[in-house]
Design a protein around this ligand. Structure first.
Ligand code: GAL
Length: 676
């Protein structure tokens, strides 16, 4: 493992020079423009296998030598990619086993990318060979800065014989015997008991244990592929850090398991700005994802891809309005990014992505609005290099558990529409973003909970091994925990708990049944008079409403309607030195704002700015007690004002002292350093 500790913030893009070899004037022009935009790094070689190895065993590196040399001559660095994300035609045709097979047993024709079999020994060997060549050739090259393993690994979903056999071996390892497997998967249901390992086919959506294990296996297999793929890189360049670009959850990988194997986390972020949701809502989701990626290693991450303007795959993608590019780029930095990069530097002339946004479009040159906005990011980053050694500190964390998400998706519930696990995690995060309070996004199984005062686990349907005990210990030691409806229903194998839920002692209650609501059904949470949080009034409850029996907990709110009117809907249980809240129904943003506003005071969470922030504006702090940088970010299309009170800051960009009220332009930001 290599520690990544840059001394400057990265600024750059995916640069597919190999597409431009017939246009010799392009290279010099690109470097002129890269300097003008204050770029210091380029991701190169992604998808260039056919240009590196045009036929089997025949290599041509001259173009990449030229590119690497040009980077070094221009004082820039290379994030050098391994090319396994897309395979050359010769490979796919000569070795059909490298092409994935779908669930109906059909092998893919040669096309597209990100569609290889992750098990194929031939693909693994070929990838290792080309990676070894790259590492041998560039191991001492001055431009080599970081490895970019493949591109956006995901669950490829291959169901070829090799993958099926590997799955069965994985199951033998996990369960030891068919009896154990049949019990864990409850296969007596519909007479699906297996009497031989060879009968197991990962194609039966009615057997949730099977499909959940298949998803786990696929995630493990991709991780295993990655670990094999980076073997030559680790061997030949042990000091060069390795990343691979993650993308939005959920892509079928348990990134919590992947993260320990990469040196630096990076991810690709493509929010739908100016779409059918307010930009402030889009910003909250982007912020959640940035915080998740920071939390994977509790260290700064890289924004590996973002578009400088539009995408061409989101149905409708509007150009970023003036200011939005700088704002969304610096948003990533505010949440812990040590660099901002784009897909793509130069727009391709042909193929699938020829109309995707780029720093340099078909029109060329550096006179465009987009180029100007990219250059502005470069100017800002150059003034923020002090941030590289800092991270964000959080006292509150939201649990986001991929395996829980998979199990929830598979579950057939009385209300299966709009389970929306990810959206609900973001909904519980949003009040903290609005209050300007840093939040981490953590795993249920491995995260160190002792770092937090408040932990929130929305819809933790599946309690994996040890999780109930970890939560209990957190509360015992004085933590405050929030759990919700649809929690603690199944164990790690997706078997329902029988008798008492493992959460019963912690919650001080038991759930007898769950009402599910259509949009036209009326239900409310009514604040119980004199409740300890000081909540008052009535809030809508939707989707799910648990009917509870208290067994040590007390009611903070109760239901307003139907046969369970008057029964508890929000409870608190004093346990050990801490407290557990149980939110029995889905609620809206107004409720979550009031609830977490009250909890903020109860557990004493500090806001970055003491006065309330205007809607659509957040304040994020990067750094620790000695060295703090405050980012004020306005995601509204209109100017907004923030009250800083009596605290004096230095504006990093203008160099002036700032206190009292500050004006943020439409889609504008201020970056302030607390006085030292
Ligand atoms: C990413 C991918 C890039 C490019 C980009 C377009 O997901 O890694 O190669 O396709 O999307 O937005």
């Amino acid at each position: 493992m290599t520690t990544f500790q840059p001394t400057f913030l990265l600024h750059g893009a995916d640069y597919n020079y190999e597409q431009w070899l017939d246009y010799p004037e392009v290279l010099a022009e690109d470097f002129r423009l890269m300097r003008a935009a204050r770029c210091n790094v380029m991701s190169v070689g992604i998808f260039s296998w056919a240009m590196l190895e045009p036929t089997e065993g025949e290599y041509q590196f001259e173009w990449l030598d030229r590119l690497m040399d040009s980077l070094a001559e221009n004082g820039m660095r290379a994030i050098l990619a391994t090319p396994s994300g897309a395979k050359p035609a010769w490979l796919a045709h000569k070795y059909p086993e490298v092409r994935l097979v779908d669930e109906h047993g059909r092998r893919e024709p040669y096309r597209l990318r990100h569609n290889h079999c992750p098990t194929s020994p031939i693909y693994r060997a070929k990838v290792q060979q080309i990676n070894r060549r790259l590492a041998e050739r560039y191991r001492t090259h001055p431009a080599l800065f970081m490895w970019h393993a493949s591109n956006e690994y995901c669950n490829f979903g291959c169901r070829c014989d090799l993958c099926r056999d590997a799955f069965r071996a994985w199951l033998r390892q996990r369960y030891g015997s068919l009896d154990a497997l049949n019990h864990a998967w409850w296969t007596t249901f519909w007479s699906h008991r297996y009497s031989d390992w060879s009968q197991i086919e990962p194609v039966d959506p009615s057997c949730h244990g099977l499909m959940l294990d298949w998803l786990r296996f696929c995630s493990d297999q991709v991780l295993n592929f990655y670990r094999q793929e980076i073997g030559p890189l680790r061997e030949l360049t042990p000091d060069v850090p390795i990343t691979t670009n993650f993308m939005l959850p959920d892509v079928g990988l348990d990134y919590w398991q992947f993260a320990p194997h990469v040196d630096v986390i990076s991810w690709d972020s493509y929010p739908r700005w100016h779409g059918d949701q307010p930009d402030s809502a889009v910003a909250v989701k982007a912020a959640f994802m940035h915080d998740l990626h920071r939390s994977f290693k509790a260290r700064p991450f890289l924004l590996m891809e973002s578009t400088p303007s539009v995408t061409n795959w989101q149905g409708i993608s509007r150009p970023k309005r003036p200011g939005m590019h700088l704002l969304s780029s610096l948003q990533a930095v505010a949440h812990g990014a040590n660099g901002v990069q784009y897909f793509q530097w130069r727009q391709s002339r042909g193929g699938e992505e020829k109309f995707h946004g780029a720093v340099v479009g078909h029109i060329g040159g550096g006179e465009t609005r987009i180029f100007g906005e990219v250059a502005a990011v470069g100017d800002h980053l150059a003034q923020l290099n002090h941030l590289t050694t800092t991270c964000n500190q959080a006292a509150v964390a939201i649990i986001y558990d991929f395996q829980n998400e998979w199990a929830l998706k598979l579950a057939q519930l009385p209300r299966s529409v709009e389970k929306n696990y990810q959206e609900q995690c973001v909904a519980h995060y949003r009040p903290f973003w609005e209050m300007g309070i840093t939040a981490d996004v953590i795993d249920s199984v491995a995260a160190d909970l002792s770092a937090y005062r408040l932990v929130i686990a929305p819809m933790l349907y599946m309690l994996r091994e040890g999780v109930a005990a970890r939560l209990a210990e957190f509360v015992q030691n004085g933590g405050t925990l929030v759990l919700t409806y649809l929690s603690g229903l199944v164990n790690e194998s997706d078997l329902c708990f029988v008798g008492d839920s493992p959460l019963r002692p912690l919650l001080g209650l038991w759930v007898e049944e769950t009402d599910v609501l259509y949009a036209h059904n009326q239900q409310t949470l009514e604040a119980t008079p004199g409740n300890a949080l000081g909540l008052s009034g009535s809030y809508p409850a939707t989707h799910y409403a648990d009917v509870l029996h208290l067994d040590g907990a007390t009611a903070v709110a109760h239901y307003g309607h139907d046969y369970y009117a008057g029964q508890p809907a929000l409870t608190v249980h004093e346990a050990g030195n801490g407290r557990v809240y149980y939110l029995a129904a889905r609620t809206d943003h107004t409720f979550l704002t009031d609830f977490y506003g009250a909890l903020r005071q109860q557990v004493n969470l500090l806001r970055s700015v003491s006065a309330p922030l205007p809607e659509g504006v957040t304040a994020q702090v990067r750094g620790d007690g000695r060295e703090q940088t405050l980012f004020l970010l306005n995601f509204q299309p209109t100017p907004q004002t923030v009250d800083l009170g009596a605290v004096t800051y230095d504006d990093v960009v203008s160099g002036t002292a700032v206190s009292g009220t500050v004006e943020l332009p439409a889609y504008g930001l201020r970056i302030l350093r607390a006085g030292k």
